[in-house]
Structures are given as structure tokens and as C-alpha cells.
Design a binder for this molecule. Sequence first.
Ligand SMILES: Cc1cc2nc3c(=O)[nH]c(=O)nc-3n(C[C@H](O)[C@H](O)[C@H](O)COP(=O)(O)O)c2cc1C
Length: 223
Amino acid sequence: MDRRNFIKIVGFGALTAYLTGCGISAVNDNEEGVAAHDSVSGGRSLNIVLINGSPHDEKQSTSRYLAQRFAEGAEKSGHKVFMFDAANSTVNPCRGCDQCGMDGACIFEDDIEKFLMPKMLKSDLIILVTPLYYFGMSAQLKIVVDRFYSRSTKLGGKKTMLMATAWNSSPWTMDALKLHYETIARYMNWKDVGQVLAIGCGSRKVPELIKFGDMAHQIGLSL
Ligand SMILES: Cc1cc2nc3c(=O)[nH]c(=O)nc-3n(C[C@H](O)[C@H](O)[C@H](O)COP(=O)(O)O)c2cc1C
């Protein structure tokens, strides 16, 4: 398998991260120590939108920790990061009224429509961040994802990433979430550029979370 197309890194016991496509420059410098040139950004400053689905606060949240470490790295490298806090924003679930026609304004003039959607439409990279809830994304994040319906076509073709944390450390812990995300990506014609799936990381006290955080940071640095 071409290592530029798919790299699976397993180490540190419960550590699992997937970097696909161009994101590999984060951890795989070539023999000369020069980062792979097929980077996500191609050397440009990216507009990144990060949607966080954890209700936990900054000090408590494990998934927000990954997001923050990633954002620190990305900003250091000159990219702009907009974070949307799905759990603490005014959001409404899609009512399926079809007023948007899958290509226009939503009937809800809430924080998704006013603040998130304009940023997403202009973004180069969208990152879904979630704690694992019953082996899927949190309801807080799912509400936002369902609202992508209003701009299904315009959000097509974006580069995307998934970051998640879970208490369980069985190797199959993230399987359902990963499949769901990859299925959405397939339907939306998204290019998945990386996944940080932190199993066995149910609290901020778990030392392995730092290693996943380091990885998220490194990915942000080397987009
Ligand atoms: C409602 C709920 C459902 C959960 N379901 C799962 C699960 O299915 N598998 C798992 O490994 N952990 C599960 N957890 C644990 C969380 O995924 C884990 O504690 C995570 O680190 C929390 O992330 P956060 O601090 O960013 O919110 C669940 C926690 C809650 C509150």
C-alpha cells in the first residue's frame, strides 16, 4: 500500500490515529528530514472550521483538548481556525421542512445559520470533534451535521478531519463512528485528510491523552 495514500499508526497501547492523503507530512518526514510536499495546504494559509460536540468545559473535555492542541499547531503555522461550540450555542435540529431546497437559507436563524454556515462555506478544511456517545458522535454534533442538509451541494468537496475521544480501549471502539463519518464523507464527496481516534481516553487524567494531543498538534503544525 502506498504510504502517502494511507497510513495507520498504532503505538502507545491504545493510541490510534489515521492520517490519510496529504496529512501524512505531520508524522512522516522523508529520508532527508523534509516534510512531504503534498501537504493539505500546499503552502497556503487555510481557513479551518472546527466543530466541537462536547458539552464538557475547557478544563474537563478530552475531545476539546485534542481540538485545542490541533488549533495551536495550525495557528502557529499561519492557518486561521474558527471553533464552533455546538453544545453551548443556540442550535436547532433540522425539521426536514425542505424550505432550503438543500441549497439555501435554513428557516432557523440560529448560531449555525448566522455564524457557522458562512464560515463553513468559505472554509478549506472542516474538522468534526466529538466524544464517543454510544459508539457514535454526540447528539450535540449530530444536530449540526444534520443542518449541513441546507447546503449539501455547496459543502461538497471539502477537506475534512475527524477527532474523537472514548472511554473504551477495545480496538473496535471507534468502528461505528469511523464508518459513519466515512459514509458521510463519501456522500458529500469530502476528502478525508486525517483522523485522530483517541480510545482509552475517557478523562483528562489518562496519560495517553497527551500522546493523542501531541499528534493532533503535530498534524496542525504540518498541514
Ligand atoms: C452519554 C455518554 C455516552 C458515552 N458513550 C460511550 C461509548 O459508547 N463508548 C465509550 O468508549 N465511551 C463513551 N462515553 C465516554 C466518553 O466518550 C468519554 O468520557 C469522552 O472522553 C468524553 O469526552 P469529552 O470530555 O470531550 O466530552 C460516553 C459518555 C457519555 C456521557
